[in-house]
Design a protein around this ligand. Structure first.
Ligand code: AVJ
Length: 334
């Protein structure tokens, strides 16, 4: 990853770095904690090293994984309408912006209505922020990027994000689904504290539906999602000297209709002991033991309002595809 700032556009780019990234638990600590729990548990936040990010990118192209495609189509159809809800000038915030490819259509809809735009992307990865900002600044002379490299809970809790005008905040990609509902509520409460009355929040999330459709999206027959999950074990081997035998684990994702979540896990196919010296931990497995790797929550629009409402937001509009698979909900801070 290149760490140079987008020099060609330095007058339109700034990067804030969280001065205390160490407060966020480290990979080694989290692996040690997670392998001390039963069932064993690893956090999906560690999926996304370079290989994991490439595997996730491949997931978004799978025919079975409709989420990314449907969201992109919804944004293409409704961006202008969404943006026209607000007066000018409007500023744009994005939580977990990543490569910010989906953001482009919103940026273009805003720039069709006003001369200039400030974009505040927030992402844990400074590399992703720099790369995505370079591309956006190169494409739009009217754009200024004020980027924040931080965990968004940390940033919002510290009240570090400062905006000037009316704000539209984006939280896309069904990323909210990785949090337990109570944690999602806390995030929206923090966001409500930072935003002002009249500001907007656009959330993209996966709707509850038939278990067979959901399970196919997470158990793709090509095996990309399995590789994405197993890369977490490979990463433990690479970075922490772990002895996981990837061939001794199988991947499965099951819909827990009661909770409304896809639960993903890796299952030991035989008895074994795995050592992870870099995390100072060993884990004993008997055949059938599982490692929980991810929960992907699904929502009804009313349930999403229940979570987002914790931040003092009211629902303005919800846009879904014809098949009712995925939703974009627009909320207004009251
Ligand atoms: C990026 C968290 C939205 O839960 O659907 C895709 C990640 N995991 N396939 C999701 C994921 C397995 C994805 N999110």
């Amino acid at each position: 990853m290149s760490w140079t700032t987008p020099a060609a556009h330095s007058e339109r780019f700034s990067l804030y770095r969280d001065p205390h990234p160490a407060r966020v638990a480290s990979f080694a600590e989290d692996v040690r904690t997670g392998l001390g729990l039963r069932p064993y548990t690893l956090s999906p936040r560690y999926f996304y090293d370079d290989l994991g990010s490439a595997l996730f990118d491949a997931i978004t192209r799978l025919p079975e994984y409709y989420l990314t495609r449907v969201e992109r189509d919804l944004l293409a159809t409704y961006s202008s309408l969404i943006v026209s809800t607000f007066g000018e000038p409007l500023e744009l915030v994005e939580l977990g912006s990543g490569s910010a490819t989906k953001t482009r259509v919103i940026i273009e809809a805003i720039l069709a209505r006003q001369e200039r735009l400030t974009f505040y992307p927030i992402d844990i990865s400074p590399g992703a922020l720099i790369e995505s900002s370079r591309a956006l600044l190169g494409a739009h002379d009217a754009l200024t990027v004020s980027a924040y490299a931080s965990d968004y809970f940390t940033l919002l809790r510290a009240r570090r994000l400062t905006t000037r005008d009316r704000v539209l905040a984006l939280y896309l990609g069904s990323n909210v689904g990785n949090f337990e509902p109570a944690v999602a509520r806390e995030l929206f409460a923090l966001l409500g504290d930072t935003l002002h009355a009249g500001d907007g929040l656009l959330v993209g999330y996966d709707l509850k539906k038939d278990a067979s459709v959901l399970e196919l999206a997470y158990n793709d027959p090509t095996g990309v999602t399995s590789a994405f999950n197993k890369n977490l074990l490979a990463r433990i081997n690479r970075e922490l000297g772990g002895t996981f035998d990837l061939g001794a684990f199988s991947f499965a994702a099951k819909y827990d209709a009661q909770a409304g979540a896809i639960r993903s896990y890796l299952r030991a196919e035989r008895d074994m002991t795995v050592d992870v010296p870099g995390a100072n931990v060993s884990a004993a497995f008997v055949a059938g033991d599982t490692i929980h790797t991810e929960s992907s929550y699904k929502f009804a629009a009313a349930e999403m309002l229940g979570l987002v409402g914790a931040g003092g937001f009211a629902e303005r509009a919800t846009y879904t595809d014809a098949a009712g698979r995925y939703a974009l909900s627009l909320f207004i801070r009251q």
